[in-house]
Write a protein of this length. Structure first.
Length: 340
């Protein structure tokens, strides 16, 4: 397919109306031949006159007698049930994937002309589509892997002195959420929102995501001291003034993962101002995907999101769990995230 847009203006001219957006999504999801999202049938469906304000969007009814259900290309995708025009979804996806440091919900809402609540929901849903799926482990190409953790949360120094949390500026952060990161030198990053950074947690993440035999570089944090014999573990000792450790003529450091943390934290402070623990894994995914797609064109990023739209529905209700309900699945922090 030929995409004649390079700028936002060209993008908006290309996706000039709802019909164009529906037809584009049909091409992406179905390759042009409708597939019933209810039963999976590819039997040519009946065309149905669409209801609602857009009279010319393609609408169907399944041709299988037992199914017979109506659908459009939105059905069974993240766009299902949304009152927001597909065109605005596309614009939001483009804005989010092409912004270098992320975009706040308020700014997104203003740019595409929706309410603040819709802007927030769009931002979160599109962020959830920025998740990549892992097919290989890190280190398989022979490059070393850097492992490190950081803590995300309010800045202690900005708090009123009555509210300062002791020890929260460094590692044992009482009110911050730990995030563990793995980065392959010259390759991709993976992030994991965790409940703690003890040896068991870190070892599990490393064993699941770094191939055996790889070289792992960490700082001297004691939880890393039990990294198994399956790895060639190199420790960089920051406190001794040396940030680089030399081994067999090669220099090792943890600068890449630390740079990634800086990007995440700049986004936190400068764009989002706050990332709640329950949504933190989505922000981390967003920044990880942005990092991992650093060499990819704007168009490819946009298509990546659109082609990831075939996921479970995330509604405002599932994003804002009822805090009074202790059994709500979203109350617990997911143990691992951002599987790239
Ligand atoms: Zn069907």
């Amino acid at each position: 397919m030929d995409f004649p847009f390079k700028t936002l203006q060209e993008f908006n001219e290309f996706f000039k109306d709802e019909k164009t957006c529906y037809e584009f999504l049909e091409q992406q999801r179905w390759g042009g031949t409708p597939v019933c999202p209810h039963c999976g049938s590819v039997k040519t469906p009946y065309k149905v006159k669409p209801r609602g304000m857009f009279k010319d969007i393609p609408s169907y009814r399944c041709a299988e007698k037992e199914c017979d259900l109506p659908f459009t290309v939105r059905t069974g995708s993240i766009f299902e049930g949304s009152k927001i025009e597909l065109r605005k979804w596309f614009q939001a996806a483009y804005e989010i994937t092409t912004s270098k440091k992320g975009i706040s919900s308020v700014e997104l809402a203003t740019r595409i002309g929706v309410s603040q609540k819709s802007g927030w929901l769009l931002n979160h849903k599109i962020r959830s589509m920025l998740q990549m799926t892992a097919t290989t482990q890190l280190g398989e190409n022979g490059n070393h892997v850097q492992a490190d953790e950081t803590y995300v949360g309010g800045k202690n120094k900005n708090r009123h002195k009555d509210k300062k949390v002791e020890g929260s500026q460094g590692r044992s952060a009482a009110d911050k959420t730990p995030v563990v990161g793995l980065i392959e030198k010259g390759g991709r990053v993976m992030t994991f929102v965790t409940e703690n950074t003890n040896a068991e947690t870190l070892n599990q993440i490393i064993e699941e995501n770094v191939c055996a035999g790889a070289t792992i570089v960490t700082d001297a944090y004691r939880s890393y001291s039990t990294i198994g014999n399956a790895y060639n573990h190199i420790t960089v000792k920051h406190e001794e003034g040396g940030y680089v450790t030399e081994r067999n003529g090669h220099k090792f450091h943890t600068q890449n993962i630390e740079n990634f943390w800086s990007q995440l934290k700049r986004g936190y402070v400068g764009i989002y101002h706050y990332m709640s623990p329950q949504h933190l894994h989505r922000y981390c995914n967003e920044f990880a995907t942005r990092y991992n797609m650093r060499g990819v064109s704007n168009l490819s990023r946009f298509l990546f999101v659109i082609n990831n739209s075939n996921t479970e529905r995330i509604t405002y209700r599932t994003l804002t769990p009822n805090i009074a309900n202790p059994n709500h699945p979203k109350r617990k922090l997911p143990p691992t995230n951002s599987r790239l």
